[in-house]
Design a protein around this ligand. Structure first.
Ligand code: ATP
Length: 336
């Protein structure tokens, strides 16, 4: 059980870049493909809201020690899938596990104690609490919260010290240590994202699910955030990462899983994405009528490049990220 006092075993899974590439060489480029050493395996997950099927994932595996980018158009079901896998919502059907241990029918803090944590698209910093206290909140389910411990104060005092120490370490890691005693409400958008990550790491997780960690972050902080995400992987963590910016996805992912209308419609290495017809169709709603064109390296060219740019522009716009290049918008054309 990972807690702030446990020994961190994740480092044993740190994989070099060549090893990660080799791992995926023989993985089938199909939805639900088997991975050589999956940390998380989910099967038959469905979630409906009234008549709407938000998630209908037959099978998915997330490879240990790698970054999996989870992409898909707005409303594809990415956040709902994260909610389900981390106990923030319960599915209608399905089973899922970390290293073979079931994570079903559990509360978020129980899932976190088993090793899977998440961050949120809209950061959940409590603005009237200090930055330090916000990070300490990540250490839920510690003995200080249990009844018996109330009678044995020395157990929680020791733990309180350890939790505070760990929180300070994480604040230093994310360069927020100077802000420890400030109210979280005083942080910028990017700093709140860092705070979210620090809080998620309090439990020494093995799997981190990041829901759009770059959204709304000013470009100066984007690179540093990306560096932090890569460093989680380099320490051996398994990272699943929802992101709309294709450049970021290409830069950071070892493997990409694509969702549309609740289901997984494609999987593959990031460099093969833009030539995947199912992916382009999903983003463009199938409303294009000309053949797609790519150069030898799989980069879109001509009209296809314009459409892909349009797609990225729309996705950025939905996140409130300004697009420096003037782009003609035709929302109907892209199925929104
Ligand atoms: N609590 C809810 N009640 C009703 N419908 C919901 C609820 N949560 C999600 N949905 C619907 O489920 C579908 C999937 O939503 P979800 O937020 O998971 O998509 P997403 O891929 O994360 O989208 P985005 O990229 O815009 O964040 C959408 O149609 C959404 O409106």
């Amino acid at each position: 059980m990972p807690d702030v006092t446990s020994e961190d075993t994740t480092a044993t899974h740190a994989l070099a870049a060549e090893t990660r590439r080799a791992l995926f060489a023989d993985v089938a480029r199909v939805p639900g493909s088997a991975k050589p050493d999956p940390a998380v395996v989910a099967h038959g997950i469905t979630r409906t809201f009234g008549g709407l099927t938000a998630v209908d994932v037959e099978h998915v595996e997330f490879q240990r020690g790698c970054i999996t980018g989870l992409i898909g158009p707005n409303g594809a079901g990415k956040t709902t899938l994260f909610n389900l896998l981390t106990g923030f919502d319960q599915p209608n059907t399905g089973t899922w596990s970390l290293d073979g241990v079931s994570l079903g029918k559990q509360q978020p803090h129980q899932v976190a104690r088993k090793g899977v944590v998440r961050t949120f698209q809209l950061t959940k910093a409590l603005s009237k609490m200090t930055v330090l206290d916000n990070v300490k909140l990540g250490a839920t389910g510690q003995s200080g919260e249990r009844m018996l411990s109330a009678l044995l104060p020395w157990t929680w005092r020791k733990q309180e010290r350890e939790v505070t120490e760990r929180a300070h370490e994480l604040l230093a890691r994310f360069k927020l240590d100077a802000k420890a005693d400030d109210f979280a409400g005083s942080l910028s958008g990017g700093q709140r994202k860092l705070l979210e990550m620090a809080r998620a790491l309090m439990m020494n997780p093995r799997v981190v699910m990041l829901d759009e960690p770059m959204a709304g972050v000013n470009p100066a902080l984007t690179q540093s955030l990306l560096g932090h995400v890569k460093s989680l992987r380099d320490e051996g963590m398994t990272v699943v990462f929802v992101e709309h910016d294709m450049d970021v996805i290409r830069d950071i992912s070892d493997w990409v899983v694509v969702m549309a209308q609740g289901s997984i419609i494609a999987e593959g290495p990031p460099e093969e994405l833009s030539s995947n017809q199912a992916v382009v169709d999903a983003y463009l709603g199938g409303h294009h009528d000309q053949a797609l064109e790519f150069d030898d390296e799989g980069n879109p060219v001509g009209e296809t490049a314009v459409m892909v740019k349009q797609m990225e522009h729309d996705m950025n716009a939905s996140e409130g990220i300004p697009d420096p290049a003037p782009t003609a918008t035709n929302d109907k054309e892209v199925g929104r």
